[in-house]
Each structure stands twice: as C-alpha cells, then as structure tokens.
Write a protein that binds this ligand. Sequence first.
Ligand SMILES: Cc1cc2nc3c(=O)[nH]c(=O)nc-3n(C[C@H](O)[C@H](O)[C@H](O)COP(=O)(O)OP(=O)(O)OC[C@H]3O[C@@H](n4cnc5c(N)ncnc54)[C@H](O)[C@@H]3O)c2cc1C
Length: 533
Amino acid sequence: MNYDYIIVGGGSAGCVLANRLSADGRSTVLLLEAGPADTYPWIHIPIGYGKTMLHPILNWGFNTEPNEHMNGRQVYWPRGRTLGGSSAINGLIQIRGQPEDFDLWESMGAEGWGRDEALRYFIKSESNSRGASAFHGDSGPLSVSDIGERSELVDAFIRGCGDLGIPPTDDFNGATQEGAGYLQLTTRRGWRCSTAVGYLRPARRRANLRVVTGAHATGVTVEGGRAVGVRYRGPAGDATARAAREVLLCAGALQSPQLLQLSGIGPAALLQQHGVPVIRDLPGVGENLQDHLALRFLYKCTKPITTNDDLRTLFGKVRIGLKFALQRRGPLAIGVMTGAMITRLEPGAATPDVNYFLSTVSAEARGAAPHPWPGFTLAYYPFRPTSRGHVRIKSADPFAAPAMQANYLSTDYDRRMMIAGARMARRIAATPSFGPYVLEELQPGRAVDSDEAILDAVRDHGSSGYHPVGTCRIGRDAGAVVDPRLRVHGVAGLRVADASVMPTLVSGNTNAATIMIAEKAADMILEDRDRAA
Ligand SMILES: Cc1cc2nc3c(=O)[nH]c(=O)nc-3n(C[C@H](O)[C@H](O)[C@H](O)COP(=O)(O)OP(=O)(O)OC[C@H]3O[C@@H](n4cnc5c(N)ncnc54)[C@H](O)[C@@H]3O)c2cc1C
C-alpha cells in the first residue's frame, strides 16, 4: 500500500488527477472513492438526472442546517457518491463562468489563476462537438455537445428574451456570455460524459493506477508536519495507504474541509471542541462557503409540446425511447435544462449577474414525477451571492455528516437580487413571443406579488443551485487554506484540488471550473515532481 500519490475522492476533480498523474507511467497513483463504481444505467442516460437526485447510494443526500433567513428551513444538497462524483449526477450544463471571475481570484491572492490561464485549461479539458476555436478545444477528455434539435418552447423563450432586448447567443462560453440560447451539455453522442467516463476510463488499464471504490477516507496521516498517508475504511475493513510524494484531497467542497478538520487541520477551537488533536490551526478550513440560491417558476403551458406530454403516455414514452435508442437524441439525451438566458439585473452591473434556465419539464419537486399536464420550469439564480456560510464537523466521527450552513439570503444584496430575478422572470413570461405559451403560473403564483411576498416565496421554496464552493480557498492571507499551488498552508505533502479551493463562485455552473482547477493542479504537481527529481 505504498504509492507516490493518493487521491481522495473520484469526482469531477479526482478523476482528472488520476488520469493526468498516471499518464507518463513514472508515478504510482491510488484513487480512493467512497461510493461504488458507476454501473447504474441511469447515470449515463442524461434524463436519469431525476433518478439519481434522491438515490440513497449514489447520492450523499445532505441537508443544510436550518437557516434562520429561510424561515428556519433545511435545504437539500445532493452530491455524487460514485466514480465521477457530482459530474455523474449533475445537470450536464456547461457554463464556465466569466473571465472577470478568474481575474478576481487572482486579485484575491490566487496568483496564476487569471483569465488566460483558466481559458488555457478549459480548452485543454474539452472536446467540443463544434471543433476547436479561440474559446474551445477539440481534443480534451471532456466531451461537450450541442443538444442537436430545437424545441418550439425554447425557440419562443429565446424570442421572448429578444423582445426585452436580450440578444440571442449560440455560445455561453464564447466571446461574451450575455444572451439567450440553447445550452451545450457534457454529453458524448447522447450519453453523459462524467469525468469517470472522459478521464478515468481511458486510464483504468494503466498498471501504475489503482482505483478502490467503496473506500471511505477517515483521515490524513501527518508525521513531522508532512502528510504521509490516508486512513480509510475499504471493502476489506480499515486500512492505511502511504504516500511517498503527496496526498491530494478531491472530496469536494463539503468533504475536503471535513477531512482536514477530522485530521487535525482547521480552526483550533472547533477541533478541540470535538476532541480532535490540533496539528495545524488553520481558521479558514470550512469557512467561506458559497452557493447559488435558485428559485423555480412552474408554469402550465398552453400547448402539449412539453416533455411532460411525451412522458404522460405509453406511446410517448416508446417514441422518445426509440428516438434515444436510434438517434441518441430527444428528451432522454437532455439532463433537465434545455435553454438559458444570461443578463444583468442590477443597473450598472459591470458584467451579467443572473442566469435563467428553461426546462421543458415541470414537477412538484426536484426528482418527482412530471406533472400530468403540459408544463415547464423557468429557474434562475444570481451569479455572485455575497452570503457566506461554513462546513464544520459535528463530532470526530468520520462517517457523520458535518454541519453545513449556507446562510442564504443573509445579505441585503442577495435578497434584492432574488426579488429582482423573480420580477424579470415574470417579464419574460409576459412577452409577446413567449407569453402565448403561458397558461398559468403555478408557482410561486400570481398572488405572490409584493417584494415581501416574493422574498417569503424564496424563503419557503428557494433551493440550492448545487454549487457549494470556497471552503478551502486559495490565498496567502490568514483565512486562506491553500497557496496558489494548492498546497495546504503549513502541512507539507498535502494539496486540495476541487471546488473547495475557489475563492469565490464563478458566474456559471461549477463542473467546468472544477475540472479546469484539476487540470492546472495536475500540471503543477508534475512540475514539482520533476523539479525535485
Ligand atoms: C444535482 C447536481 C446538479 C448539478 N448540475 C450542474 C450542472 O449542470 N453543471 C455544472 O457545471 N455543475 C453542476 N453541478 C455542480 C458540479 O457537478 C460540482 O461543482 C462538481 O462536480 C464538483 O466537483 P468536485 O470534484 O469538487 O466534487 P465531487 O464531484 O462531488 O467529487 C467528490 C468525490 O469525493 C468522494 N468522497 C467524498 N468524501 C470522501 C471520503 N471521505 N472518502 C472517499 N471519497 C470521498 C465523493 O463520493 C465524490 O465522488 C451539479 C451538482 C449536483 C450535485
């Protein structure tokens, strides 16, 4: 059980590292993943998103702590628990963020993470079905594809946004982000392209890479200020693996900080409270938690042209099943969202500050069966929330979930943006082009009209955008957890490389940015290896 590198967590980031670090055959690599292999068929068929949303084995199914700003509600936080991690259960949407996000990181102390570097790694990671360009790659492991067919409803939505002066776009990852159009998805010929598919599969036969599933890491072993191994509970019971070079934490924004805290690296008072011996007092571990807060508008549609209609009858199901089987197209090849719109809510915002998503499906709750009538969903979240929360262990038990508190709506800006976002949703729904498709607003419902009533609807129905980040942020100040080369401050041989290192949320979805982080991390790790040789 001796390896050069031990990677904890086979998710979006972990699979990237497993591939890149084992590629030249000069290092031995162990990948530990708590969940099982990704053999469940619905992982790979994009519409299976609904089936994994509440899955008891493939999803950690966390809940936040009650939030006083959300009427005391706990909010559901799904996280992938299988090879591919959350990229195996996510909505497949490929929106990277804005160049300004990465410049902001750099200005906050993440030297070398500015827009040009980010773009370089976005391009390196990607195989875009449209081919290579100044913004896209055509030979990376992550397949990104067009949806490949148009929908009457989404076309009307795009025209409706046009009625409000928002231009159409065919690329949310191109020269500008603003506009309305069809999404690109992380799919390959209609199948989901998780990082387990894109990165890990091609590397699985390498003799220098070992992958152990069902292996839950319980702590990092630190000797003389250096991380030398990982303790875990695996298929054969409790075990320890030794790392000659480095331990790499890729357990995600909730569990990487949890593992650090369990290992004695974190806020000293918190660790002492739970009887964990302090190895390194790092107050920022688990702090700075950020997430997108989303509100869904549910509509009845005037025409039977929605996916609800396809799924309502046996004939419809057979038709879309055949379409997928024969052409790898249609609703089964789309996770959940088809169209999107990005614009500015705040007057004077320097860059777009909100994202709308249109789904041709409606359901009472996420993961629930579609409504038995024509329906669709328009969801939105502001891009750059200012509320900050935390992840903190509740005990020294490595199998107990930590306390997660997003503190949604705790700032004036966040409350204002949610209200403005709801008003904009209604403006879109009332446009000459899109309005004729709206029979009724089911949720929140037209009676919800005043600012206070809208805010209350957000408190009662707002849900996670599924993008927790920031809990082991890059920087050089006292609250930072890793330096710009992702090395944990004060502990040698230990890095964090996943969504937790983002100093702030990106103005987009977080899978692409996490993969970008892992690509750059792999280069830095190998550079350091070669320099030391
Ligand atoms: C339902 C959902 C929908 C989403 N939709 C989108 C979308 O459409 N587009 C987008 O860009 N982003 C989306 N995201 C977000 C995106 O998928 C995540 O930000 C990204 O996958 C995070 O990558 P990560 O490597 O940090 O963590 P993860 O991919 O979550 O990987 C962490 C891995 O570590 C494992 N692990 C955790 N603890 C341990 C332990 N102690 N021992 C061993 N293994 C452990 C986990 O099982 C998991 O496999 C969505 C997320 C979810 C959950």
